[in-house]
Every structure is written in structure tokens, then in C-alpha cells.
Design a protein. Structure first.
Length: 91
């Protein structure tokens, strides 16, 4: 499955290119987000930080910030590239 490729660290551009279907489009998106400099090759400080995260770490980071909850409250679903709040069945 193509969406299961490039899940590791250092794969930010490749992962987004696979998701949107075009490397140039992925670069443009990352530039607009402030993760890549104008040359399309050099990461900004924030971009370098995101690139050092795996797909699961980025998904958890997004949801953690959105919901203002600790990162360890989340679990990652690689099929949907989403993080959800982990709920214990022992509660």
C-alpha cells in the first residue's frame, strides 16, 4: 500500500509527495507551511524538527497540539495516518 511507505524519520518530503501525488506540490506545501526554504531543498529549523519525526510522531504531535493533551495520551493508526486518544479498557 503506497500510504504505508515513508513512515520513518527523515521522510517528510517523500511522505507528503506520496500523499499528494506530486513532489513539486509537496515542496510547495512545505514552503507555505514554513518547513522548507525558497530553494525547496533546505529545511527551516521547524522543518528539520518535523523531518526528524516519524509519521506517527507527527500525527501524535498534531493531535496533541490540537486537543492540548499530552502526547502519551495518543495512539497512532498507520492506515489512516491519524492519532486518537488511547483509552484503557481497564478503566
Amino acid at each position: 500500500m503506497k500510504t504505508q511507505q515513508f513512515l520513518g524519520k527523515g521522510q517528510l518530503i517523500n511522505r507528503l509527495a506520496m500523499q499528494v501525488g506530486d513532489r513539486a506540490k509537496a515542496i510547495s506545501i512545505l514552503q507555505k507551511r514554513g518547513h522548507l526554504k525558497a530553494d525547496g531543498k533546505t529545511f527551516t529549523a521547524e522543518g528539520a524538527r518535523r523531518n526528524e519525526m516519524s509519521a506517527s510522531e507527527r500525527a501524535i504531535d498534531r493531535e496533541s497540539k490540537r486537543l492540548n493533551k499530552p502526547k502519551n495520551d495518543f495512539t497512532y493508526n498507520p492506515k489512516t495516518n491519524t492519532a486518537t486518544i488511547w483509552e484503557s479498557f481497564n478503566s
